[in-house]
Each structure stands twice: as C-alpha cells, then as structure tokens.
Ligand binder design. Structure first.
Ligand SMILES: NC(=O)c1ccc[n+]([C@@H]2O[C@H](COP(=O)([O-])OP(=O)(O)OC[C@H]3O[C@@H](n4cnc5c(N)ncnc54)[C@H](OP(=O)(O)O)[C@@H]3O)[C@@H](O)[C@H]2O)c1
Length: 345
C-alpha cells in the first residue's frame, strides 16, 4: 500500500442490491497537514457495518452527514495520532472515531466525529474497531438496557454468528440464559453452538419461522433482533409473559424496495411484552462502561472477541459486501495496513 499519499474509498455509484466493485472509486490525495487545533491520524483498523451501504445510498440513518457521489464513505475505526496541534491529544495516542474510509485523516475532533482515546486494557487495539468499538457497545447496551437478561431466560438471537450477534450470544450465556441462535448455513450454526447456543436454527436450510415455534413452546423471554422481517414476526408469535424484544437491526429489510409490514405487534399486549428500539449513539455517555464490562469479560476468559479481519485497505469494498452475503463470522473489520492484531501501538 502506498504510504506517501492518502488513499480514500469514495462513492462511484449508488448501490443496487449488494455493493459491487463498480460502486467504489479508489482516490489518491496528498496526506493532509494539521492546522492549529487539529491532529493528523494514521488509520490502522476500520470497522465495517451494514449501515455503510445506506451511507452510500445517500441515506442518513445514524445522524452522519448524507453523502453524495464522490464523497469519502463514513467509517469508524482505530488510528494513531502522528502529529498533534490539538490541545487534548498527543502524538502516539491511540484514538477511535469517525476516520472515514481513508488511510490518513486530519481532524479537529469535533463532537460529530466522536473521537476518544482508546482505553488501554492490555488487549489488542484492533478490538477498538469491533468488539471494543461500536459493535461491542451496540451488543452491550442493546442487551443490558433493552433486553435486561435474567438467569433462566429463553433468549433468541438472530444474526447470531455476526458481529453484534456473536457478542450477544456470549453475554446471554454469562447471564445464565438458554439461547437459540439463528444463522445462515451449517457452518455458522456449528459456530454458534460452540459459542454457547443450546439450539441453532439454520434459516437458509430450514423453515426458520416454524422452528422458532417448535423450539419455544412456552414462549421466549427475550428476542434480540438483528434481521427484522419474517423472523421478527415469527418471534412476536411466540412470546412468554413479560417478553422483551430488542430492535437492534433489520438487515433482511435493507435491500428491499418496499417496507416490511409487521401485522402481529399486538401480540405484545397479551403478554405484557415490550419492543424497544435501540440506537448506539444514544449511549455515548456510557460507552466507557460498555468497554470496561466487555474488556473485563474478555480478560476473564468469559467472552471470546471474534473479529473477522480482512487485510489491506484495498479490500474494504469486499469487506462491506461480505456483511450482505453473509461471509463474515464475528465483527467484520479491516486491518488497513495489513498489521497483525497485536497489542502494540
Ligand atoms: N441499532 C443500532 O444502533 C445498531 C448498531 C450496530 C448494528 N446494528 C444492526 O445490527 C445488525 C448486526 O450488525 P453487525 O454490524 O453485527 O453485522 P453482522 O451481523 O456482522 O453482519 C450481517 C449478518 O447479517 C446476516 N444477513 C445478511 N443478510 C441477511 C438476510 N437477508 N436475512 C438474515 N440475515 C442476513 C449475515 O449472516 P448470515 O450468514 O447468518 O445470514 C451477515 O453475516 C445489523 O442489522 C445492523 O444494522 C444496529
């Protein structure tokens, strides 16, 4: 990879269906120079999330600036401050924030970019792009604040082999729950059983909606939803008294032209159930508590940090495509400069 320029992935076309190579343009720009109150950050690891395809469509579901054709794609990750004229950051700091799909960034660390210094837990800093980044926070506060797991709960997790899902499954086990995971394909189902799921539903090869009913005869206490659509409707048909549904994501609906119409939400009434929307940036003042909690479980050997790392900035477009065709296992990340996941700064 060239180190004498700033490499950037920009939007070449609005995606239709999954993203394709022709939707992206690789641009070269001079490495920017920080002015007063700014710092130069060298991008080391970037996290990938389904929402990035929405950014490419010009949509703005998470409060980022809407993007035009030709703009650098939004993306958060971990970088190293290599020069600082910013009062709060020093050369050598490892930071996390809105770096964008580029190999260098000059920033004044504005509130909108949500930069902060990575806490040093003695763990690889690459985790800051995933399990100790926005994916981990989403799993942590989505489950703890909206899901409120209790020992003995029967919990269902969709997208269970993915980034958020693989963390949620393990957190549910830590809380003494019985877990049914839903994932695509026999290999992923084997993987989620190894993670602790008592039961696995392969939605690509089974009638997943019927299986949910068969496995939850007395109803489920908790559904952590990463996919929306028919599976959400099937879970709504199989709730126990006091059940909680956490609406984290709905990836099965993101490529649809029409809106999915949920017609059985009134089932919540009969069981005193609740369905909570959840948005990671609403927990910004509690990010640190999530990182501390997740890091403590990792260090205690209770939580495996599973990151699916593609090596090299040139592979960012394919890394995003992997989320929509289900090739990723755990949190999809990119090691921008092909560095191993070491602890060193
Ligand atoms: N609310 C928030 O603040 C927030 C924050 C972060 C993420 N999210 C949402 O949480 C969900 C998980 O995000 P993530 O970053 O951890 O991604 P992820 O789960 O690692 O990746 C997406 C996974 O979704 C599955 N998938 C793709 N198309 C599908 C379909 N049509 N039906 C069912 N499953 C499908 C694939 O697994 P299979 O092989 O099993 O199909 C794929 O691996 C996403 O919906 C995301 O938008 C929400």
């Amino acid at each position: 990879m060239r180190e004498d320029v700033n490499l950037q992935w920009r939007i070449a076309a609005r995606p239709e269906g999954n993203v394709r190579p022709s939707d992206f343009e690789l641009a070269e720009r001079p490495i920017p120079v920080p002015g007063s109150g700014e710092m130069l950050v060298k991008t080391r690891y970037l996290g990938l999330a389904p929402v990035m395809r929405m950014y490419m469509q010009g949509l703005n579901p998470s409060g980022e600036t809407p993007l035009d054709i030709g703009d650098v794609i939004h993306g958060r990750g971990v970088g190293e401050v290599v020069e600082s004229k910013h009062p709060d950051y020093q050369t050598g700091d490892i930071v996390q924030g809105q770096l964008g799909w580029q190999t260098w960034k000059v920033t004044a660390a504005t509130p909108k970019e949500r930069f902060f210094k990575c806490r040093d837990y003695g763990l690889p800093f690459s985790l800051g792009a995933g399990v100790l980044g926005m994916t981990g926070v989403s799993a942590y506060w989505g489950l703890m604040d909206c899901g409120r797991p209790k020992s003995g709960d029967l919990a269902v997790v969709s997208g269970a082999a993915g980034g958020v899902g693989s963390i949620v499954v393990q957190m549910l086990k830590i809380h003494g729950c019985r877990v049914i995971g839903i994932a695509g394909g026999p290999e992923k189902c084997r993987f989620i059983r190894e993670l602790g799921c008592e039961m696995a539903i392969d939605y690509k090869n089974e009638n997943a909606c019927a299986r949910v009913g068969e496995l939850c005869l007395d109803g489920m206490d908790l559904y952590f939803d990463n996919v929306g659509g028919d599976l959400l409707a099937a879970c709504l048909d199989n709730l126990a008294l006091g059940a909680r549904i956490v609406l984290c994501g709905s990836i099965s609906e993101y490529l649809r032209e029409d809106r999915f119409a949920l017609s059985n939400y009134l089932n919540l009434r009969r069981v005193n159930g609740s369905m909570s929307g959840f948005f990671v940036y609403n927990y910004q003042d509690r990010f640190g508590d999530a990182f501390d909690g997740l890091a403590a479980w990792i260090k205690a050997g209770k939580l495996k940090p599973i990151q699916d790392v593609v090596e090299g900035f040139e592979n960012m477009p394919d890394a995003l495509a992997r989320l929509y065709d289900g090739r990723n296992v755990g949190v999809q990340c990119c090691s921008v400069r092909g560095e191993p996941e070491t602890r060193d700064a």
